[in-house]
Design a protein around this ligand. Structure first.
Ligand code: NAD
Length: 346
């Protein structure tokens, strides 16, 4: 890999072929801040589909397989700096390992792997190679989530007592016949978790990320409500954290009337705070004994972390794509700093 010399980072992509969901989101997100160019891809496990889709997307170097891509890109002077992995869950470990072994930084979508052993194996590979590995937990990219994390860390809530996190969807309420539902309900591809791996991972990570707390114990009940389904579609969990805080987590893909209802509430000795993903530009802050305040993205009372993740002035809504772009921006800064031999900002 060469120094950036002010150029855009060279990005590769595995997955994200025709009809795929999150690959297109990653492509948009990588371009929002103009820090990447997508130059190589293995978009599908079918080489013909990859070639056709790469031509349509103006990707210069299509590959028949991720292994061929990792091998070839690592040998080029102008090879990719980083690869985005946007394939179904069961493939993440092998693909991430191939690129790390080839000396290439990784941006991988969640869940990281489908087994603990595979996750630990990747951790060892990251430590061995010294490369960067980013997991795209989208919701951490929202400015008001960064604000929430900053306020918790600054002690504005006091000692944290309770966390309530819920993530409810309804798209799997009945059997669904599409590509995304098909692999998500097949344990051989999704892994042993259904709703657990698909969205409880987001809720769990968000609770830990914002509060800064580490869980010590978890008790969970996984349910499967749709007859014949081979993975869970509803998760209820109780968590205990270091320091005595408790959390309750509910995630469901069979909760009728909910599209992507992710909601997080944190309560401390001095204040409570609440955020909803479907109204992401607002954060509700309730100091004990005072009226509840609505903090707005880019508005008064918000700090440096939210400002760093904000692109347009307050009152102009930002959302999902910008949150995703923030993760790409964060990773671009880390990779560029590494290539330029300096510490990353901020
Ligand atoms: N961060 C988020 O908010 C978020 C949202 C949706 C999905 N995801 C995650 O992203 C991943 C993909 O989900 P999706 O909904 O986009 O799936 P999808 O089925 O829509 O797309 C998967 C793509 O990967 C391709 N693919 C499969 N095996 C491949 C291989 N060996 N080589 C190259 N391409 C291959 C498929 O052809 C397809 O184009 C999953 O791990 C999922 O959990 C994350």
């Amino acid at each position: 890999m060469s120094n950036t010399g002010g150029r855009r980072l060279r990005l590769g992509m595995v997955g994200g072929g025709p009809g795929a969901f999150i690959g297109a989101v990653h492509r948009i997100a990588s371009r929002i801040d103009d820090k990447y160019e997508l130059v190589a891809a293995s978009l599908s496990s079918n080489p013909e589909k990859t070639r056709a889709a790469a031509a349509e997307l103006h990707i210069a170097r299509p590959y028949s397989s991720f292994q061929e891509m990792a091998d070839a890109e690592s040998k080029r002077d102008d090879g990719i700096d980083v690869v985005a992995i946007v394939t179904p869950n069961s493939t993440h470990h092998a693909i991430a390992k191939a690129f790390l072994s080839a000396g290439i930084h990784v941006i991988c979508d969640k869940p990281m792997t489908t087994t603990l052993a595979d996750a630990e194996d990747l951790q060892r590979e990251v430590e061995r190679t010294g490369l960067l590995f980013a997991l795209t937990h989208t919701y951490t990219g929202y400015p008001m989530v960064r604000q929430m994390r900053e306020m918790c860390a600054a002690g504005e809530l006091g000692k944290i007592r309770m966390i309530q996190v819920e993530y409810a969807q309804d798209w799997l309420t009945a059997p669904v016949d599409n590509k995304q539902a098909e692999w998500r309900t097949d344990p051989a591809i999704s892994g042993p978790g259904g709703c657990l791996g698909d969205i409880a991972t987001h809720a769990f990570q968000l609770a830990c990320y914002t509060s800064g707390l580490k869980p010590t114990e978890i008790a969970a009940e996984l349910s499967t409500f749709v007859p014949g389904r081979r993975v869970d579609d509803n998760v209820q969990a109780m968590l205990r954290f270091e320091g005595g805080a408790k959390a309750s987590l509910w995630t469901s893909q069979v909760a009728v009337g909910n599209e992507n209802y992710l909601r997080l509430r944190i309560y401390g000795e001095k204040a409570g705070i609440s955020w909803e993903q479907e109204s992401p530009n607002y954060l509700w802050f309730s100091p004990l004994g005072e009226p509840t305040r609505r903090l707005t993205r880019g508005g008064p009372g918000t700090g440096a972390a939210a400002a760093y993740a904000t692109r347009v002035p307050s009152g102009h809504p930002e959302g999902y794509l910008e949150a995703f772009a923030q993760l790409y921006k964060d990773m671009a800064e880390k990779i560029t700093a590494r290539l330029e031999g300096r510490d990353p900002n901020p």
